[in-house]
Design a protein around this ligand. Structure first.
Ligand SMILES: Cc1cc2nc3c(=O)[nH]c(=O)nc-3n(C[C@H](O)[C@H](O)[C@H](O)COP(=O)(O)OP(=O)(O)OC[C@H]3O[C@@H](n4cnc5c(N)ncnc54)[C@H](O)[C@@H]3O)c2cc1C
Length: 285
């Protein structure tokens, strides 16, 4: 008897695969972390992503939105998405419950060069929701910690109420193998025992070996220029600084052209670019 080929996400990349919400964690008043499991066991098993990649998340009858994968590729069988309630799709998602079913396409795009980063010191800077894609890389480095040199993470939020993954980071602040700097722009009179100030404030004081350090930055568009300037002052090479761009996109596969910037499609050439590539894309920075 002929064996039927196992289904794959890539047979028809326009087809969303049903995935069940298996856990929901409220992170802040506007962000939730969703754990999703693709229902078809073969597709679930075949699903592999790299840090910095995204999926197209659909809600049947509502629409589709690109969302970064926030869990480490070292964890298989499920993915985590950290989602801000922003508009049509994400508002409906925020009202869903465990057991509800959504659609997933992907994973799409180029992520961070995890293998290339091994053996090097790492400086990760996240602002606001930028922690969502960077958390995948952070957790992946954690899972293979012995492969990396010094790891510094600077995570900035506007105020203490907007700090995500607080319990994970609270624990990490006491670890010796991560230099974790949590900072807020202002405390708004809320309890806070972290730092106060913009993420850029903490880069000049770091002891870095620029020839052996990779930097990665994800955050609001206005943040990039200033963080890159500080990393450059520390001597980090252009092609060792990675940034992730969000552009409005639809297909995720370089067909529709919605996310085109200069001569590149953010969805397939990015969303992660090294700074050298980014400065050479007209309009990217
Ligand atoms: C590669 C990529 C990764 C992303 N990862 C995440 C993530 O991990 N978590 C998360 O919460 N969101 C993420 N986003 C953003 C998310 O896709 C948008 O907020 C999306 O519009 C939400 O869909 P919606 O239907 O809820 O909102 P919509 O109803 O589509 O729109 C909400 C508002 O946001 C505007 N908008 C939509 N997309 C963008 C954009 N890319 N840049 C600026 N404005 C935009 C719209 O014009 C509108 O004003 C990502 C976007 C990209 C491109």
């Amino acid at each position: 008897m002929t064996q039927l080929a196992k289904p794959s996400m890539f047979e028809n990349p326009y087809r969303p695969w049903p995935a069940r919400i298996t856990s929901i964690t409220e992170l802040t008043s506007t962000e939730k972390l969703f754990e999703l499991r693709i229902i078809d066991p073969d597709v679930r098993e075949a699903f592999h992503h790299s840090d910095g990649q995204f999926v197209e998340l659909s809600i049947f009858g509502v629409g589709e939105a690109p969302i970064s994968i926030s869990s480490s590729p070292s964890k298989q069988g499920f993915i985590e998405l950290c989602v801000r309630r922003a508009g049509t799709v994400t508002t409906v998602l925020h009202d869903m419950q465990c057991g509800d079913v959504v659609g997933l396409r992907g994973p799409f795009g180029h992520g961070f060069p995890f293998e290339e980063m091994k053996g090097k010191d790492i400086l990760l800077v996240a602002g606001g929701l930028g922690i969502a894609p960077l958390r995948s890389l952070i957790n992946h480095i954690h899972d293979e910690r012995s492969e990396f040199g010094n790891v510094t993470i600077i995570y900035g939020s506007r105020n203490p109420a907007e700090v995500m993954f607080r319990s994970q980071f609270e624990m990490w602040r006491h670890r010796k193998d991560f230099n974790l700097i949590l900072t807020v722009d202002r405390t708004n009179d809320l309890p806070w025992d972290g730092e106060v100030g913009l993420v850029t404030k903490f880069i000049p004081g770091l002891e870095l070996d620029p020839s052996n350090t990779y930097g990665a930055i994800v955050g609001p568009p206005g943040m990039y220029r200033f963080v890159i300037a500080e990393m450059r002052k520390k001597g980090l090479h252009y092609d060792k600084i990675y940034v992730s761009f969000e552009r409005q996109m639809k297909c995720g596969m370089g067909r529709c052209g919605h996310c085109m910037v200069g001569h590149q499609y953010t969805c397939i050439d990015g969303p992660v670019f090294n700074y050298w590539e980014a400065v050479n894309i007209q309009g990217a920075m």
